[in-house]
Design a protein around this ligand. Structure first.
Ligand SMILES: [Zn+2]
Ligand SMILES: [Zn+2]
Length: 147
């Protein structure tokens, strides 16, 4: 498994405690997407001095180097996740979680009109009900809710 140090060095970035801590946290929870405040809350346990501004700066640097992705959500919150390889997203409208998903046929997508825009990537968001919510909805025999 790739380490925070490897990722930072592979992008020719300087290894700082903040970068290492952010990446280590995200690598510990693959596929999860976090708000900046949620990341900071976690890191405050080991880095009590971590300022909100430093957190945003660190996240922005990692996004710029292509290590992290930044998702603008319908709630107006920016979420951050690992972007070790290109992927698309599934947003569950029931539990409001974001999942990383692979999609087929995306390479055939084109912009309809020649707008002068030059797309470099396509990031799709599928919306609906996630597998976990579908399971709990259909599991009518369950008497104990699973957390
Ligand atoms: Zn769900
Ligand atoms: Zn993602």
């Amino acid at each position: 498994m790739v380490s925070a140090e490897d990722l930072i060095r592979s992008r020719q970035m300087r290894l700082t405690p903040q970068r290492r801590a952010v990446l280590a946290l995200l690598l510990d929870h693959p596929g999860r997407h976090w708000s900046a405040d949620a990341i900071r809350d976690q890191l405050l346990e080991t880095m009590p001095e971590l300022a909100r501004g430093t957190t945003y700066k660190t996240l922005n640097e990692l996004v710029r180097r292509g290590i992290l992705e930044e998702l603008a959500t319908v709630d107006g919150v920016l979420l951050y996740g690992l972007r070790l390889e290109p992927h698309h997203h599934f947003f569950c409208q029931s539990c409001r979680r974001w999942y990383d998903v692979a999609a087929e046929g995306v390479e055939r997508l084109r912009l309809v009109e020649s707008s002068g825009h030059f797309p470099e990537a396509v990031d799709l968001t599928f919306r609906g009900v996630c597998a976990s919510c579908r399971r709990s909805a259909s599991d009518t025999s369950a008497t104990t809710p699973d957390a």
